[in-house]
Structures are given as C-alpha cells and as structure tokens.
Design a protein around this ligand. Structure first.
Ligand code: V47
Length: 376
C-alpha cells in the first residue's frame, strides 16, 4: 500500500477511536512525519484529558546508590567501596521527609540501588519511618526490579511483599526498570536484573491488589523501532487485563558517565516522535508524562502538543538523571511549572499521585478533592 494510503487508514482509525495494530505502529515509526504524529496524538490527548496539563509537588528519595547490578545505561550506581557510594541514615531520610512536608509535597518518589548488604527489612523500615512521621505524603516506592530483588532476598511471593509494604505506607509503584522488554535488547543492557516476565508479574500482582502503578520505556540507545512498538503493545495488553496503570513515561537515554557513553543523545525530534507514538499506541493509558528532568524544560513544554498531558512535578533531589548528565535544573517551583503549562496553551492542574485534584489553602495546608474534574 502506498504510504499516503497507509497513513489515511491510520488517521481514520484514530479518529474513530479504533486500536492501532503492531503494523500500524511500525508505519508510524518508519513513515509518518512529526506533524502527522503531533496532530493525531493531540486529538487523542484532547479526547482523554481536554486542555488540562497535570503536575504535582514531589520530592525524590534515593536511599542508596550502592547496587549489585551493573546496567550499562546507569550512571547512578556505585560499588560498596566507591568514593561516590552512599547509604542514607534514618536521620537523613527523615530530614528528607521534613523537607518534603515543609515544601507541601504530596508525594515522595522512593527508588534506589540494591545494596549488597542491606536486608529487605531496611527497605521496609524506610517506608515505615517516613509514613509514620508524614502520613499525608503518598509514598510511590520501589520499582519492579526492587520488588524482584526483595523476592530473591526472602524467597517470598511478590504479592505478600507488596501487601506487607502497603501495610506500612507504600501507596503506589513507579514505572522504572522496564527499560526495553524485548530480549534482544534487554540481554545487552541489563542482563541480570528482573527480566520482562518478572516486571510484568510485579505490576500484575500490584494491580490485582488495587495498587496503581506507572510504566516507562528507556529509548534512544541500542533499541530499534520494532523494539519500541513491541514494548508499547506488551504494556497495552497488561493494561487491558488489569486497568491498573496510570501513566506512561518515555525516558530518553542520557549517555554521560555510563558504559554506553559512546552513543549520541536522542534528538528533540526523536523525543517528540516517541511521545506521540506512545500516546497513539497506548490508547488504554489515561496519562502520558513528559518528564521534564529527562526531556529538558523546553522539550517537555512542547511535548504537551505531542500527546503528553502531565509534566511530573517539582522533583526536588533527583539523582539518577543528573548523574547521567541531565542539565535540567535541580527543581522547578510551582509558579514556574504553571507558567510553562499556561504559556503552552494548557490549563495547569495540581494532582496527587493518584490523579486526584489537590486544593491548596491560603495557610499552606492542602487537601485532596476526591473526584476528578475530567472523566478518564
Ligand atoms: O529504570 C537510568 C532510567 C529509570 C538512565 O513512575 C536512565 O512516575 C536515561 O523510572 N539515561 C528510573 N534513563 C526513573 C523512573 C521514573 C522517573 C520519573 C517518574 C517515574 C514515575 C519513574 O531511569 C530507570 C531507567 O530506565 N535511567 N539511567 C540514563 N543514563
């Protein structure tokens, strides 16, 4: 079929709310120009989220960078005897909680290395102390790779571990560790850590328990278009089964200080293409996030016109990307975030981790509005 005809068929499917196939995804990757992708992704984005662009007020906590794994893309990890190695004390962790509370953060995003010597109880203890001191802050904690590690440490089913950690304060699961699911790539960039089946088992079990999660895709390294489309379709299939994913976050590979440093950084066009194709293929995901720390502020702003409806949050204390060479600032103020959303032509709306609207009181306190203004 001629390209124009193929794109016309895809356009009609999107306009009629029909699902795109793997082959359609490959046509988008290989034959559609950016303008076509932007137009189509914007249609879907507007259908799902109107002119709203979500953000939140959040703080990151990476309790240790010591990690048993050696993923080739990672600039954050350290060996136990590295000068860069650190392990946060309880006091330092609680100070981060106090900082989050003082900033009015509604979320703490907690992920880190898999420390050679730390028992799984240490990871649970972190949630316990933060939740006890700051119960209002939602703890989005530990990626599937960490849950898999806890299972390896204890020999217990992931479901039990999820329940146990939920009981002490875990609220939802971040989307990291997904990288690229296809074995041809996964075996080359993160051979030893949780495999694709484990990643999906963890998210499936979480969803079955009513725990929401996110999903990511690390692109712009050695993967090919076929691997990206395969990745998106696998996620779409689990979402069809459970409905437990909230947000998809495409993560551009940052090449500094890691074993893939010889690779070039993804271009702005590639960032926007991946964003738009993700919006189009993941028709059952309510949200697509343009993570400004990774994309840079300017690209994140324009990504709102390429399918994204969320730009993450104020993100204080982020380390994983900054260690890998991100030149984004260390944090954005709420005023800056609202300005960049408004300037792009969208309506900023502060959400909590579960996409409930956050209402700020003049006295600095905040509360969650229990129903969303826009039906998903
Ligand atoms: O899994 C690590 C990626 C992820 C590099 O759920 C790198 O809301 C690029 O998952 N270049 C962790 N990427 C971050 C993550 C995340 C971020 C923001 C929001 C959410 C969410 C989740 O970071 C890892 C890996 O894919 N990563 N090193 C690097 N050099």
């Amino acid at each position: 079929m001629a390209v124009a005809m193929q794109l016309k068929t895809i356009r009609e499917k999107i306009e009629n709310g029909q699902r795109l196939t793997f082959e359609d995804g490959m046509v988008l990757e290989e034959k559609a120009d950016l303008f076509f992708l932007a137009k189509m992704a914007h249609l879907v984005r507007t259908r799902k989220n109107g002119t709203t662009a979500y953000y939140n007020v959040n703080v990151h906590l990476n309790p240790t960078n010591v990690c048993v794994y050696r993923c080739s893309f990672c600039a954050f990890r350290a060996n136990m005897d590295d000068v860069r190695a650190y392990v946060m004390s309880d006091d330092e962790i609680l100070a981060r909680g106090a900082d989050a509370d003082q900033r009015g953060a509604t979320e703490m995003h907690i992920v880190g290395g898999l420390h050679n010597k730390k028992p799984f109880e240490w990871y649970r203890h972190i949630l316990e102390i933060v939740h006890k001191a700051y119960p209002k802050i939602h703890l989005k904690a530990y990626t599937a790779v960490e849950w898999d590690w806890f299972q390896r440490l204890t020999g217990r089913p992931i479901k039990d571990l999820l329940q146990e950690f939920r009981d002490v304060g875990m609220g939802s699961i971040p989307g990291g560790g997904a990288e690229i699911f296809h074995e041809e790539v996964r075996s080359q960039i993160c051979e030893h850590k949780a495999d694709t089946a484990k990643w999906f088992e963890c998210h499936r079990e979480a969803h079955k328990l009513g725990i929401r999660s996110n999903a990511t895709m690390l692109y712009g390294h050695i993967e090919k278009p076929v691997h990206r489309i395969d990745h998106l379709i696998r996620l779409r299939e689990l979402q069809e089964e459970t409905g437990g994913f909230q947000t998809f976050i495409p993560l551009a590979f940052h090449p500094n200080n890691n074993k893939l440093s010889h690779l070039p950084k993804a271009s702005g066009v590639m960032d926007l293409r991946v964003m738009a194709i993700s919006r189009l293929m993941l028709d059952n995901f309510p949200h697509i996030k343009a993570y400004w720390v990774m994309l840079g502020i300017k690209t994140a702003q324009i990504a709102l016109w390429h399918g994204a409806d969320d730009i993450d949050g104020t993100v204080v204390h982020e380390k994983i990307y900054h260690d890998a060479g991100s030149d984004s600032p260390q944090e954005l103020t709420v005023q800056e975030i609202r300005h960049l959303i408004t300037e792009a032509g969208f309506n900023p709306l502060e959400r909590d981790t579960l996409y409930q609207e956050v209402i700020r009181e003049p006295n600095q306190s905040w509360k969650r509005r229990m129903s969303l203004p826009i039906s998903q």
